[in-house]
Ligand binder design. Structure first.
Ligand code: PLP
Length: 376
């Protein structure tokens, strides 16, 4: 009998939800019409795209005309960073989609200042006081992520957007890790732009959206036809848009139940880890202040890459917190930003559980960790 594979890397990507797949299938095959055509074939596609936009808007408390479909989180982030004007303030622990887009703007002469998260116990957050320390007159955009993808901490976005608006400046948040997992209300958050990506909430890959608050100006990303109100031209990815809306709606409907399930699993996981390895160091701010299912933990003396590969051999997928990718052994910029020592960073693994994980999965992960860490 083949062993059960355990996927515990949901911050990297999530499995496609069955309901999303079923909703997509007609648009992959029979209902292939172009939503912009003038004949009858356009109708099912046009209707599906309009309905998906309305569903997504409701999930984040936006108006449908404030939702713009993109090819994912990277595109949404790049659009805001490159389409805005003036200097920028971004946090130093953003995803590379924001950091590298900002760096590219620096090369074009735009000024970018960086704000670091609070470090130490209860750290990993960006607070408005930190923005005032680095503030400069010429800043025109602030971009701070809703939740960090390596340590799972959730930022007080409403306080940060308030700070930006008091200075007359636009505010963007990369909410790629947060949408579909914690309540997102663009009005309460007070954001002008918000990026999201479907594959992080059980939707298909290569599709996402950007919220642009009504009345806020942003340069078009792609010039061409009139799709996305003329701001992001190109025939819509109808099936993926439908899959994204289906997955987001179901995730939002089940959010409280999922969060409770994931909290129970995470507490069990951390409790087990503490018994196996009492010197484990958790990054972030405890289960209550982190994304559901998120554990970033350092097993000092045990290089994360080796640990990750040994777990992989046992059929368990987790990720390392230290290396940016498999070819890059540099310390992660996120762990550096929260002042983790090289030793801690090199031994940090990220275990991110999802709704389909069970108590039995957690126990298998713990048994594997015990064998690897204690050599028993
Ligand atoms: N922003 C954050 C915080 C992410 O975690 C990711 C994905 O890892 C992205 C942006 C990029 O999103 P996508 O994979 O849809 O381009």
């Amino acid at each position: 009998m083949s062993k059960k594979l355990i996927y515990a890397d949901h911050a990297a990507t999530t499995p496609l939800m069955q309901e999303a797949l079923e909703a997509m299938l007609p648009f992959v095959k029979d209902d292939f019409g172009n939503p912009s055509s003038l004949h009858g074939w356009a109708k099912p596609a046009r209707k599906a795209v309009d309905e998906a936009r309305a569903v997504i808007a409701r999930c984040v408390n936006a108006e449908p005309e404030e939702i713009f479909f993109t090819s994912g989180g990277t595109e949404a982030d790049n659009w805001v960073i490159k389409g805005s004007e003036g200097g920028m303030l971004v946090s130093s622990y953003e995803h590379h989609a924001v950091l590298n887009a900002a760096a590219s703007e620096t090369r074009r002469g735009r000024d970018v200042v960086y704000v670091r998260p609070k470090v130490g116990n209860g750290g990993g957050y960006i607070m408005p006081e930190r923005l005032s320390k680095v503030w400069k007159e010429e800043i025109g955009l602030v971009s701070i992520m809703t939740a960090n993808n390596e340590i799972g901490t959730i930022n007080p976005i409403h306080l940060l957007s308030d700070f930006a608006h008091k200075h007359g400046v636009l505010f963007h948040t990369d909410a790629v890790q947060a949408v579909g997992h914690i309540p997102i209300d663009v009005r309460e958050m007070g954001v002008d732009f918000l990026s999201a990506s479907a594959h992080k909430f059980n939707g298909p890959k290569g599709i996402g959206f950007l919220f642009i608050r009504k009345g806020v100006k942003l340069e078009p990303l792609l010039n061409g036809g009139q799709q996305e109100n003329g701001l992001r031209a190109g025939t819509e990815n109808v099936a993926s848009i439908v899959g994204m809306a289906t997955a987001l709606k179901l995730n939002c409907d089940r959010m409280d139940k999922t969060a409770e399930h994931l909290e129970n699993l995470t507490l069990r996981l951390r409790d087990g880890i503490d018994r196996i390895f009492p010197d484990a160091i958790y990054l972030g701010d405890g289960v209550a202040g982190q994304l559901p299912g998120f554990t970033s933990v350092s097993f000092l003396g045990h290089p994360a890459e080796g640990l990750m590969h040994m777990l992989d051999l046992k059929g368990i997928a987790v990720s390392t917190g230290a290396a940016c990718d498999s070819k890059n052994t540099k310390i992660s910029h996120v762990l550096k930003a929260v002042n983790a020592t090289n030793e801690i960073a090199r031994s940090t693994v990220r275990i991110t559980l999802g709704p389909e994980n069970t108590v039995a999965d957690v126990d298998v992960i713990l048994a594997a960790l015990k064998r690897i860490l204690r050599g028993v």
